[in-house]
Ligand binder design. Structure first.
Ligand code: UD1
Ligand code: MG
Length: 468
């Protein structure tokens, strides 16, 4: 008969030691909530094992934020939420799961995982489960590991008839010296949980109900010591968050290099976990690529570029110190150096957005060139139009935003402004230094500047002679 397992992820805690407002489980690590990493490991374990499995996530502190997380999660059909009303400890959190999801009592096994351990993978779950399966009498297994920095972890205190898990606060001086610690990952026979969960008390220094009390001397349970501490690194402080964040980003960059992405200095780039980058792309030092960013093949990204939630298509070049957010750059386009693409910027194939150019919510078609010092906002520019240096779309009247439309093959001279709403047609020409306030039809020439007066020999009146 197929055996079954309930996977319970504890995510109700406030994360007091983080000293931030965000519930710890939703703290971002390489751009993703800590909880996501544990959920993914749990779901892969469920897929890989031949067990019938279901995930329950226990939420509590700022539960509305976690409900929102769940609503937007691609795997929500495979997960249920349980609510721990008050955060009274890890045993109480597991109890809340069985109260809200009583069918979890029917599963043969219960796996408990903490949400604050993002380096965990299905491999550790598999290893742990293999040991529990190997001995029919065994009631539960706890993953442990040795560390040079046991501070904050529960210590595994071995005795004559098994072991106890003693929390740091309750440990004696000599127990604190123990380096074998509890990882917070357990697999138990659900019957063992049922026999003991309600008997756990809170008579300890924290006044909390400790889940670790399911593991005591004289119970037929085992501490399974893993060789590497890395998968079990827990996050209780921002310092620990920075440490695991670094591990995840570094793994990400290693994988990208294996797939053919070149980093001139892999230690000097920050790449979020969900960023996708195609082979042949070259990334210079000091780049930050965040969120749901996709960089296709053979893209060049020069130093100190920041890209968030954007798409950069094949062969495009993002030159040094550019800033892109919620933007699309099509094939072979060139951006920067020092350009800014704000949300809704859509830069066509072969187009060019040069230095000190800002583009917002605007579509530049194929081959458009805006090479220097311009602001393009709420605009549409047709194919192969050339926008001269210092062009400004005057899109805001202090209350509302208005559109600028410029056709194809149009030439806008340097230092022009288009006061929106305005339309300039195809094959049009706007003379340098013009402030355009009226539409220009296809093929039209627009000039809007005052007449020049030249007075010969008059310069000396204005050239002030230097004193002394
Ligand atoms: C826990 C273990 C400790 C272990 C360590 C590993 C206990 C008593 N201690 O300590 O032995 O070495 O993990 O990282 O279990 N949570 C709830 N509800 C609560 C309290 C906590 O859901 O009322 C959740 C938290 O959100 C977190 C997890 O349980 O995801 C662990 O809680 P945390 O406070 O981090 O426990 P540790 O002190 O790290
Ligand atoms: Mg913890």
């Amino acid at each position: 008969m197929v055996k079954s397992i309930g996977i319970v992820i504890l995510a109700a805690g406030k994360g007091t030691r983080m000293k931030t407002d965000v519930p710890k489980a939703l703290s971002l690590c390489a751009g993703k909530p800590l909880l996501d990493f544990v959920v993914e490991a749990a779901l892969s374990f469920a897929r890989e094992s031949s067990l019938k499995a279901e995930v329950g996530v226990v939420i509590g502190h700022r539960k509305e934020l976690l409900e929102n997380w769940w609503q937007n999660h691609s795997q929500k059909v495979n997960m249920k939420l349980a609510w721990q009303r008050e955060q009274k400890g890890t045993a109480d959190a597991l109890k809340a799961c069985f109260e809200d999801l009583p069918h979890f009592w029917n599963y043969d096994y219960t796996l408990v995982a903490c949400a604050d351990t993002p380096l965990i993978t299905s491999q550790e779950f598999n290893q742990l489960f293999d040991i529990l399966k190997s001995d029919n009498e065994l009631l539960g297994v706890a993953a442990s590991f040795e560390t040079a920095q046991p501070k904050g972890y529960g210590r595994i205190v071995h005795g004559k008839s098994g072991f106890n898990i003693v929390e740091e606060k309750d440990a004696t001086e000599s127990e604190r010296l123990i380096r074998e610690v509890n990882s917070g990952f357990y697999i138990l026979k659900t019957s063992h949980v049922k026999n003991l969960l309600n008997q756990i008390d809170n008579k300890n220094k924290s006044g909390e109900f400790y889940l670790t009390d399911l593991f005591k001397q004289n119970f037929n349970v085992r501490a399974v010591k893993f060789e590497s501490e890395l998968p079990f690194l827990g996050v209780n402080t921002l310092e620990q968050l920075a440490k695991v964040d670094k591990v995840i980003r570094s793994k990400k960059i290693t994988n990208l290099m294996i797939e053919g992405v070149r980093f001139l200095d892999p230690d000097q780039c920050y790449i979020d976990f969900d960023v996708q980058i195609g082979a042949g792309t070259i990334i210079y030092p000091g780049c930050t690529l965040l969120g749901k960013t996709t960089i296709e093949q053979n893209v060049l990204i020069e130093s100190n570029t920041f890209i968030k939630n954007s798409i950069v298509k094949s062969g495009a070049e993002i030159l040094a110190s550019s800033y892109l957010e919620d933007a699309i750059v099509h094939d072979e386009a060139t951006i920067g150096p020092m350009a800014r693409l704000r949300p809704g910027a859509d830069i066509g194939p072969d187009a060019k957005v040069g230095n000190f150019v800002e583009v917002k919510k605007s579509k530049l078609s194929r081959g458009v060139k805006v090479s220097h010092l311009s602001y393009i906002g709420d605009a549409e520019i047709g194919e192969n139009s050339n926008i001269g240096c210092g062009f400004i779309t005057c899109n805001y009247d202090g209350a509302n935003k208005h559109k600028t439309k410029i056709g194809s093959n149009t030439f806008i001279g340097s230092d022009c402004q288009a006061v929106a709403p305005i339309e300039i047609g195809n094959d049009a020409f706007v003379a340098a230094g013009s402030t355009i306030t009226k539409n220009i039809p296809d093929g039209g020439f627009g000039i809007a500047r005052s007449q020049q007066t030249t007075k010969e020999g008059s310069a000396k009146r204005f050239l002030k002679s230097k004193k002394g």
